[in-house]
Design a binder for this molecule. Sequence first.
Ligand code: UDP
Length: 265
Amino acid sequence: KLSGEVLAGEQGHGFDFDVIETICDSIAKVVDMGVSVGIVIGGGNFWRGRSSGSMDRCRADSIGMLGTVMNSIAVADTLIAKGVEAKVYSAVAMEPIAEIFTADKVRADLDKGIVTIFGGGTGNPFFSTDSAAALRAAQIKAEVIFKATNVDGVYDKDPNKFDDAVKFDELTQSELLNRGLQVMDASAASLCRDNGINILVFDTEVYSNTGGQSSKSTPIGAVAQFAASGKAVTKKNLAQIAMAYGYVYVAQIAMGANQAQTIKA
Ligand code: UDP
């Protein structure tokens, strides 16, 4: 699941095609490994129904859902340009722009190695694309949701706002719900819990753009932005690492780190 925000890059709104390119490079690598990939994309780079002020929520959410379709088309186009077969499915009827989602059609596509992109969220207001990701994951019998955000994992509070935020290495879906953590909304987390779907949260900024060099949540992380403009870097592929080792450990050395301590570590 890609949040809409990540497609906007630093500008925070609309498309940053350098970023989309980099994300699609990572997706292409995963596809090359023979992994079936379905992608749910958010719409936060255009519109979020819940932040629409006095507008009727159902209509506001309709705009949000349309935003997710726009994002899906942009990602599909970038993948296709890279020679990756990709198809956009929509939760709401809008042919010929996108075919309507059915689990059977999508499963057949996934078996053929086609990347399926799910636009339109769940097709209903009052839901988020996290819920759509959980729902689609259950429908296509996915093993895991990789949730790409702008935070590099799950914390007890927002690490961008609180210096003392503590990161969890592992949590059950029930713990996620009981602790009221804002990783994804409760409807998404409960769907994952009830259907045994694992969720791996990671920072797109780090893994797609910088090869894991630095985190956006640190001021120094801004340095890592150079990679977003297309400078060649060796990109670590989180999915690849996860599948090869079963576990992923992330080590970080901050700029200005004590050299002696670093060597010792
Ligand atoms: N949305 C909706 N139903 C859904 C999924 C999304 O109405 O099933 C609308 C809602 O207005 C939401 C917007 O689409 O605010 C964008 O989705 P989301 O906020 O999940 O995007 P993200 O934060 O992941 O970019």
